[in-house]
Design a protein around this ligand. Structure first.
Ligand code: GDP
Ligand code: IMO
Ligand code: MG
Length: 424
């Protein structure tokens, strides 16, 4: 049995939450492998809407198990908030959500450090979600981090040592630490909440499950272009969001990776700073934002919008070894008369086809224009209802990306999803 991996191919918010939920009935375990509460994964079904941050999106269908893997960074305060809001809506997860002992903790001072580093960067700030992600992963790599399992082993001593170190840095920057006492109060309440859950050696758990023939879906957060190694550095997040990250973040061998589902929007968005070659700062960009309701699920920030970027997508498919593609939010384009796709970049009049090391203002996207389908597709439930122009768009993408589009999503609801049977 192999583990399938599902991840974003763009700059995040591709619709991972929705599709994990759709695919969940086919899996016994869903396991998040990286990121933290910087993620906001939205699911809609039966008239209800949920936004998950640290909890995997496999909790709403069937009785399968969900795992927070070792590659995740967990903020107990936000975890408590998330769990309690799920409890209010009738979802008790204490028996169905397992936490890796090796997942690292985001401490209250990590949040302050995140804000402090952003303030110091001024105009060149990353535009982080402010959840302490960078500082938490920094401590992991510099071997100063606290892990979830530490909660049961001299926790106070370890916590105080880490906090003292962080306060020293914050003082050097002259950063205001007065909010700390309040944040700490919530955080320790979160630590008490987390103790209600079962802590596991997730690498053993997952490998045993694979041996027993259980089907596992590894769920990614963020997107490939935010990957710490391969994204648009330094405007990235602090973890490996790519398929290889699933091996590290769950403790499974590369040979155990099965299907790699790569998700993308029929156009493109990004939140925060950094290069975005196909960004549209015009009426069309505004229309994409308005029709796609492109506002961050975590921070509420307006997302930057633009045309689909096949240069970045080809790169992402290569890095991940994506075996199947899932196209989201094509309904947002339902009224457009022309749809553009960026097939290459031009730098100083020279055509380049790969994603460059340094992306700056001098990049000019090369576009191919296609006729839009101008049909409301949101109520369609069968592939044979698709308009010809839409099928042409998919065929064009499959040819350009050399990978099949197996699922298309025509709206935010679980029901607005079509698994393609026909070969285009
Ligand atoms: P994730 O972080 O990848 O899980 O994606 P987000 O949940 O942050 O952002 C995707 C947004 O698009 C959410 O508001 C979803 O409800 C919504 N969404 C997902 N699929 C579709 C779709 O096919 N059409 C439309 N219009 N909205 C969608
Ligand atoms: P999901 O899982 C979109 C972006 C931030 C910022 C950069 C670094 O919902 O797709 P961080 O807080 O991680 O240090 O911020 O990464 N970012 C996301 N953008 N979707 C996300 O998650 C993101 N998580 C982080 O906006 O540009
Ligand atoms: Mg999101």
């Amino acid at each position: 049995m192999k583990v399938d991996v599902l991840l974003g191919l763009q700059w995040g918010d591709e619709g991972k939450g929705k599709i994990v939920d759709v695919l969940t009935p086919g899996y016994e375990i869903v396991a998040r492998f990286q990121g933290g509460p910087n993620a906001g994964h939205t699911l809609e079904f039966e008239g209800k809407k949920y936004v998950l941050r640290s909890v995997p999106s496999g909790i709403f269908q069937g009785n399968n198990l969900n795992i927070i893997g070792n590659g995740v960074v967990l903020d107990p305060a936000l975890f408590k908030e998330e769990i309690e809001s799920l409890e209010v809506s009738g979802h008790d997860l204490t028996k169905r959500l397992l936490v890796s002992k090796k997942a690292h903790l985001i401490l209250p001072t990590h949040r302050l450090l995140d804000a402090c580093y952003e303030a110091t960067k001024g105009d060149s700030k990353i535009g982080t979600t402010g959840k302490g992600i960078g500082p938490a992963y920094t401590d992991k790599i510099s071997r100063n981090g606290l892990r979830a399992g530490d909660i049961f082993h001299n926790f106070e001593e370890k916590y105080n040592a880490a906090k003292t170190g962080h306060l020293r840095i914050l003082r050097q920057y002259g950063y205001d630490t007065s909010p700390l006492a309040d944040i700490e109060k919530e955080w320790f309440a979160g630590v008490a909440k987390i103790k209600e859950f079962t802590f596991i050696d997730s690498e053993y758990y997952i490998n045993n499950a694979i041996k027993r023939g259980l089907k596992i879906l590894a769920e990614g957060a963020q997107g490939t272009m935010l990957d710490i190694d391969f994204g648009s550095y330094p405007f990235v997040t602090s973890s490996n969001t790519i398929s290889a990250g699933a091996c590290i973040g769950l403790g499974m061998a590369p040979r155990l990776v099965g299907e790699v589902y790569g998700i993308f929007k029929a156009y493109c968005t990004r939140v925060g700073s950094g290069p975005f070659p196909t960004e549209l700062q015009d009426e069309t960009g505004n229309k994409l934002r308005e029709f796609g309701f492109e506002f961050g699920s975590v921070t509420g920030r307006p997302r930057r919008c633009g045309w689909i970027d096949l240069v970045a997508l080809r790169y992402a498919i290569m890095i991940n070894g994506a075996t199947q593609l899932i196209m989201m939010k094509s309904d947002v384009l339902d009224t457009f008369d022309t749809i553009r796709a960026c097939v290459g970049y031009e730098i100083n009049g020279r055509k380049i086809t790969g994603f460059p090391f340094e992306v700056n203002g001098s990049i000019k996207p090369v576009y191919v224009d296609m006729k839009g389908w101008q049909t409301d597709m949101t109520k369609m439930r069968k592939e044979k209802e698709f308009p010809a122009e839409f099928n042409r768009y998919i065929s064009f993408l499959e040819k350009e990306l050399e990978t099949p589009v197996k699922i298309v999503s025509l709206g935010p609801d679980r029901a607005q999803t079509i698994i393609r049977q026909l070969n285009s």
